[in-house]
Design a binder for this molecule. Structure first.
Ligand code: 5GP
Ligand code: MG
Ligand code: MG
Length: 183
């Protein structure tokens, strides 16, 4: 285990089992719909890469980058598009692939944008859900794991751009944060 990790919350095996399960459900639910899977960069990249390989129907992939956190551990509530989609979502069955839903602010903004752009349907699959932290009414259509109100890293999730390459989800040691009072 990485020396900055206090505890492994979800192991690599548990993640892969869950991803396979989600892929099977999405394969059934999106049959004949040629879904457009939108990865919200950067955190959802490992999940997206694993998930699409478990979805056994034709699909397309696109990528979007938005900012909400910076190097801090809390949502600013301000969503900025850093990289927009390459292609139009008009008439498409869009599946937004997220790493984690916390307040829900980021996703709320994204879903509204996709609806304005006339997507045929908009659904969300998230690997992790922190329902206790929600400040919006948002509920993911598909969710891997519910996690407690702790700051987690790994499998795409970062702290100041680090730890994205850990194959598991872990809780960071408190002393690693620049300012522990921010927690
Ligand atoms: P929301 O807008 O739902 O509050 O925040 C969503 C984004 O915040 C996630 O996509 C992720 O980038 C970041 N985030 C929220 N909770 C955590 C967490 O526990 N760990 C990490 N590394 N990022 C988080
Ligand atoms: Mg995200
Ligand atoms: Mg981040």
């Amino acid at each position: 285990m990485h020396e900055d990790i206090q505890e492994v919350l979800i192991s690599e095996t548990e993640i892969q089992t869950k991803v396979k399960e989600l892929g099977t459900r999405l394969t059934q639910d999106y049959r004949d719909l040629n879904p457009l899977c939108i990865c919200v960069l950067k955190g959802a990249a490992p999940f997206m890469a694993d998930l699409v390989r478990r979805i056994d129907i034709p699909l397309e992939m696109d990528f979007m980058a938005v900012s909400s956190y910076g190097a801090s551990t809390r949502s600013s509530g301000v969503v900025r598009i850093i990289k927009d989609l390459d292609a139009s979502v008009e008439g498409r069955h869009v599946l937004v692939v997220e790493d984690i839903i916390d307040s829900g602010l980021t996703l709320n903004y994204l879903l509204e944008l996709l609806r304005q752009r006339n997507a045929a349907s908009t659904k969300v699959v998230t690997l992790l859900d922190k329902p206790n932290r929600r400040t919006t009414g948002l509920k993911p259509d598909y969710s891997g794991f519910t996690v407690p109100d702790a700051f987690v890293v790994g499998y795409g999730l970062d702290y100041a751009e680090k730890y994205r390459n850990l194959p598991y989800i872990g809780v960071l040691k408190k002393e690693v944060y620049a300012d522990p009072n921010q927690l």
